[in-house]
Design a protein around this ligand. Structure first.
Ligand SMILES: O=C(CO)COP(=O)(O)O
Length: 149
């Protein structure tokens, strides 16, 4: 299955508490790009980003209350084009299953996904960041034929 990703993209932003400063700093230095796109985020991350960037951010629930799951659901519906998820490798999270599920769905749906500033910078320096492109999604027809009877 091929999906066309528009020039203006839906970008999901998520950061654990110890990574919130990192995502704010990263977002501020990429504000000139972020302003061309539609932003969504888990609750607290979204509130902080909206204040710092002075750009509208669609705020979902806070991560531990289901925000990661909401973003995962939007990924499965084809409504997220890029995921910036600065998760914390040094602290366990009460909602770790949700964190894993979100990371898993990003891969299932072949979403460009950055878990650190280096990767986020590479994605944002792509010539495609403000261009339309197509992406091949997991071949669900094949999967359905093999697995779902
Ligand atoms: O916990 C999170 C991601 O797993 C982030 O949630 P908040 O943005 O609400 O802090």
């Amino acid at each position: 299955m091929i999906r066309t990703v528009g020039a203006s993209k839906n970008i999901a932003l998520v950061a654990h508490d110890n990574k919130k400063d990192d995502i704010l700093q990263w977002a501020l230095s990429n504000r000139h790009i972020l302003k061309n796109h539609t932003l969504l985020a888990t609750g607290t991350t979204g509130k902080l980003l909206e204040q710092a960037l002075e750009l509208p951010v669609r705020k979902l629930l806070s991560g531990p209350l289901g925000g990661d799951q909401q973003i995962g659901s939007l990924i499965a519906e084809g409504k997220v084009d890029i995921l910036i998820f600065f998760w914390d490798p040094m602290q366990s999270q009460p909602h770790d299953p949700d964190v894993k599920a979100l990371l898993r769905l990003g891969v299932v749906w072949n979403i460009p996904m950055a878990c650190d500033t280096a990767t986020a910078n590479l994605i944002f320096s792509s010539p495609l960041i403000n261009e339309e492109y197509t992406v091949k999604l997991t071949d669900y027809e094949d999967y359905k034929n093999r697995v779902i009877k």
